[in-house]
Design a protein around this ligand. Sequence first.
Ligand SMILES: C[S@@+](CC[C@H](N)C(=O)[O-])C[C@H]1O[C@@H](n2cnc3c(N)ncnc32)[C@H](O)[C@@H]1O
Length: 303
Amino acid sequence: MPDGPVRLGDLLRQVRARLAQAGIEGTETDARLLVGAALDIAPLRLALEADRFVTSSECTRIENLVARRAAREPVGRILGTREFWGHSFRLSPDTLEPRADTETVVEAALGFLDDTGRRSAPLRIADLGTGSGALLVALLSECPKAEGIGTDLAPGALAMARENAVAAGVGDRAAFAAMNYGDGLRPGFDLVLSNPPYIASGEIAGLDPEVRDHDPARALDGGADGLNAYRAIAADAARLLAPGGGLVVETGAGQAGDVAGLFTDVGLAGVSVYTDLAGHDRVVAARRPDCGKRTAGIRQNGN
Ligand SMILES: C[S@@+](CC[C@H](N)C(=O)[O-])C[C@H]1O[C@@H](n2cnc3c(N)ncnc32)[C@H](O)[C@@H]1O
């Protein structure tokens, strides 16, 4: 960090160089978020103040945050919050930091509701392994008459999810409960969502430090082949879903085909795969057949 007076624009460039040296990609966004937080300036406004001088106490605050990021702590952990679907989610050591790719689950679920004309209808939604509550809160914020329940094994995650639901203005329609996926839930859900742990146990040691050292192990570890959670959810899906109800899950790299097979094996219909913004298979969706009624299938992106 600089010894003498420095302008904000120059300091931002120095922070980016320091983060790049530490092997971090996406330094522009990280630098803006960290410097913006230290100065209490919205990241998008920093460019407007590029010529102003940064005081030495401001430099110290920035240095503290940048040193943590250079040691590979994720920005969301440093700031204690992460944006998801336009809402701010507080994080704790018990919660996964929600990822932008997971918004594909929200898009697929909303596409399913729109295809069946139910986005504005009274709905029951379950989010299995809710973490920070990201998926449930996003869906409730888009579906005004829906109510939902998020489950998790981590009590700290459930407390944080509850807080996040209240902050997002959907707390009166959200409940949270400790259980193994949907084991203790009554049947009849219109939508079941999950972004479960899906990393194969043996791959966890090789993950980036941001993930391996900062996301809770329980949020990552999907067992020997990474598919344990999908087996459990598939086995309970026909019980949990109302006829015509949809199941939408996030999947990891190379897992979509296996998960689609698990869903087909338990009699779910309309099994479809959605890709994320990078073009990777990211989500598998299916529905419980609705005997006698005509319901739309779940679309693949772009169809
Ligand atoms: C990958 S994280 C997803 C968190 C959040 N849904 C999101 O998308 O950001 C998986 C979550 O599942 C929870 N979990 C792990 N095993 C579970 C189980 N057997 N039953 C319920 N939740 C579980 C973890 O505690 C963690 O919060």
